[in-house]
Write a protein that binds this ligand. Structure first.
Ligand code: TYD
Length: 140
């Protein structure tokens, strides 16, 4: 179990006279196999989303358009990450409680996930999150 909160990966920009292209491949650019993709967009002003951690799911967050902020808490450290470039990838481990906010109007937040959707994999209660992870995170 890692104790550092935010792992940010800068992926390459393949640019030419036509514009840019960036690529993310499982186990090459991010440390897991991608089983699910979803994206958050047209987010209304002042909306905060997330407020959960997971038991198993690992995720990679990319603001492919616009920007947003992500607050992270792994019971030992908290952090705030600004996602403001389409080649900036934030890796979230299962024990990263996360909240997303300050979405720009044009923000498209792309999320790559290591597991299929399963509501049982969510920890939405912060006290439950502390119960599950505070001891484990400190043991390592
Ligand atoms: P929700 O978990 O509330 O999003 P956030 O964590 O960003 O606040 O998800 C919104 C709805 O979408 C909720 O009813 C669950 C559903 N959903 C799926 O069906 N599949 C998915 O992969 C995701 C991420 C959400």
């Amino acid at each position: 179990m890692k104790t550092s909160v935010s792992e940010i990966i800068e992926i390459g920009i393949l640019g030419d006279e036509r514009g840019n292209l960036s690529v993310i491949e499982s186990f090459i650019h991010i440390p897991f196999d991608i089983k699910r993709v979803f994206y958050i967009y047209s987010t209304k002003e002042n909306v905060h989303r997330g407020f959960h951690a997971h038991y198993k799911t690992r995720q990679a967050l990319i603001s492919v358009s616009g920007s947003c902020k992500v607050f992270l808490d792994n019971t030992i450290r908290t952090d705030e990450v600004l996602l403001d470039a389409p080649n900036k990838v934030l890796i979230l481990e299962p024990n990263d409680w996360h909240e997303m906010y300050d979405f720009s109007e044009d923000c498209v937040l792309l999320v790559l996930a290591s597991e299929l959707y399963d509501s049982k994999d969510y920890i939405r209660d912060y006290n439950k999150f502390l119960e599950v992870y505070s001891k484990k995170t400190q043991e390592v």
